[in-house]
Each structure stands twice: as C-alpha cells, then as structure tokens.
Design a binder for this molecule. Structure first.
Ligand code: SF4
Length: 316
C-alpha cells in the first residue's frame, strides 16, 4: 500500500489505466513563452530561468521524432518498457502557429505512444488547437493531457510573480479543455512568499471544484539571473521553512478531492545556477517526512473535502 494510503499516486494511476508501467519521454521544442517575448509580458515569471521547466532534456534542435525514438530506445532496453507518454515539457508548447503545432504533434504519433502530454499556459489554450488534438485522440486512439501552469489561485500573487495571466483565464482554459474530455494537470507552487495557508486551502478547493484530473506540487526554487534571484540576494523575500512547506502539502492534500491524482509533492531543480532549492535536502527525504507526518496524524487526501455540493445543506 505504501504511499497510496495517503494520496492518489500517479504511477499507480498509470498502471491502473494502461495495465502496466508507462514511461514519460520528455520532448524539448525550440519555443519560448508569451510572457517572455513581449506578447503578454517581458522577462517571464519572476522565478523562471532561461531553461524553462525541463533541464534534463535532449537539445531542442533535434527533431521531435528523433528525440522520442532516442529516449524510447534507451528506456525500452533498460526497463523492457512497452508504453510511453510523449511529454512536451519545456516552456509553452502551444505557443506557435496552428499549422506548426499540428506538424509538431503529428511527429509524436507513433506506435507505443499511448498519450501525448502538453505543458502550456492558460492563455495559450484555444478551441482551434483543442479541435486538432481531438482529431489526434479520435483518429489515433491516443490520450491527451494538458498541463497548465497556474502556481497559485491568489490573483494578487499572480500579479506579483508576473504570470501575465489571471485566475479567470485559468478557469476559462480548464472549462474549454474539459469540453473535449482531455485530462488536465495543474502545476502549483505551495510556498510562494506572498501566499498563506488560506491560499493553500483555496488552491485545493478550486482544483477540486473544477474537477481537474492531476496536480503537480512544487516548492519554490530560486535561480541565478532571475528577478526572484535578485530579490533573494537583496534579502527582499522571506522563504518559508521546510516545516511550513510540509504543513502546506498536508493541508493541501486534506482539502483536495480524493479522485485527483497527485503527480508529485515537490519539485527538483538543476544544481547549477540555483541559489535555493528544497532547503538543501533531497526531495525524497522531504517526501518521506511528509508521509511520516501524515501517518502520525492519521490523515490522508480528501479528509477535509466536505465543502462541495451544498455544504450548508448537509445538516438537513
Ligand atoms: S509561463 Fe512558464 S515558461 Fe513562461 S515565463 Fe512563466 S515559468 Fe517561464
């Protein structure tokens, strides 16, 4: 049972869904982000480094098909894997002309790819792009997951971290994606210095109310040559303690609907150029601490998810 008794674990979910272990193949596209190139903002989110989210990928100049085949071959040999997810991970993978987007996605359609997962921003989702993905799903029997960066439901904090979109745009993108029945994974940073525990709870409540499918939790890491890095060096941000992060994760899980799959409890960061990450502790040690604390408190995901469907009417 292990960690499954505390929260809905992603690897277990994939095994249930596909009948065996499924591996993600990261794909690195030469794309940027509308929040970096001036379309909605310059410089990007205050924590975003030059590499975007994926720092372990193949060079983005390598064609998509080649990237997939190279990684697939390696994982097939090493783990005898048979099913894969093509994962467009870095920056904003729908931020390109529709025809270009179609070409890119078509390269990922091949045998043994059971799912295409695309990371993007809420303001880079539109019906036209979703229509195309719907044809991929129907014609090739490939599942589609859209990963949306939100980071926090606190729209004042969204402004402070220079996200370039608000909460409304996130809700619009979720409702649009849901019309096509694609799965949605939402990224959140649970310890943004401008958020408090009320925001942590509201994060869980909003995702539960919107019935998104997955969530990825991150702890804030600070990279050199970013606005946040500069603030950190000048002592202009105060980071919460590890203990506080653990408390936030547990609180978040307690309020999160039990159906939502939790893909991770905290992130990892490249060592190079990183000024602060995970309180200098391995991510798996922090994860163990979270689970030990949950065991001790006899708590679990969804324990406090009693607020949907007319909470006040439940007394009758
Ligand atoms: S939306 Fe993502 S890629 Fe764009 S600036 Fe923010 S973190 Fe970086």
């Amino acid at each position: 049972m292990g960690e499954n008794k505390f929260y809905r674990v992603y690897s277990t979910y994939l095994k249930e869904k596909y009948g065996e272990k499924v591996y993600k193949l990261p794909i690195n596209l030469p794309v940027t982000c509308p929040n970096r190139d001036g379309c909605v903002g310059y410089g990007g989110c205050i924590f975003c480094g030059e590499e975007g989210a994926g720092f372990e990928n193949i060079e983005n100049t390598v064609p998509v098909k080649e990237q997939i085949l190279k990684n697939m071959e390696y994982i097939k040999k090493r783990y005898k894997a048979k099913k894969f997810i093509a994962y467009f991970q870095n920056f904003t993978n729908t931020y390109m002309e529709l025809e270009e987007f179609k070409k890119v996605i078509k390269q990922a359609i091949m045998g043994d790819i059971v799912e295409i997962s695309i990371s993007t921003r809420p303001d880079c989702i539109s019906d036209e792009y979703l229509e195309f993905l719907d044809t991929v799903k129907k014609d090739h029997d490939i599942d589609i997951t859209i990963e949306l960066g939100l980071q926090t439901v606190n729209y004042h904090t969204l402004k402070k971290i220079n996200r370039g979109h608000t909460l409304s745009e996130f809700i619009d993108s979720v409702l649009r994606i849901k019309k096509y029945g694609f799965e949605i994974c939402v990224h959140l940073i649970l310890n943004l210095p401008w958020d408090n525990r009320i925001d942590v709870i509201e994060n869980a409540k909003l995702l539960s109310a919107l019935k998104v499918n997955h969530v990825k939790l991150h702890s804030l890491y600070i990279v050199e040559n970013t606005v946040l890095g500069k603030m950190y060096k000048e002592n202009k941000v105060k980071l919460n303690s590890k203990k506080d992060y653990i408390e936030s994760v547990i609180t978040f899980l307690e309020y999160l609907h039990p159906d939502i799959v939790v893909q991770r409890l905290l992130g990892r960061a490249p060592k190079e150029n990183t000024l602060f990450v995970n309180w200098n502790t391995s991510w798996w040690k922090i994860k163990d601490e979270i689970l030990a604390e949950m065991e001790q408190r006899e708590t679990y995901q969804g324990k406090k998810c009693n607020y949907l469907n007319g909470k006040a009417l439940k007394k009758f």
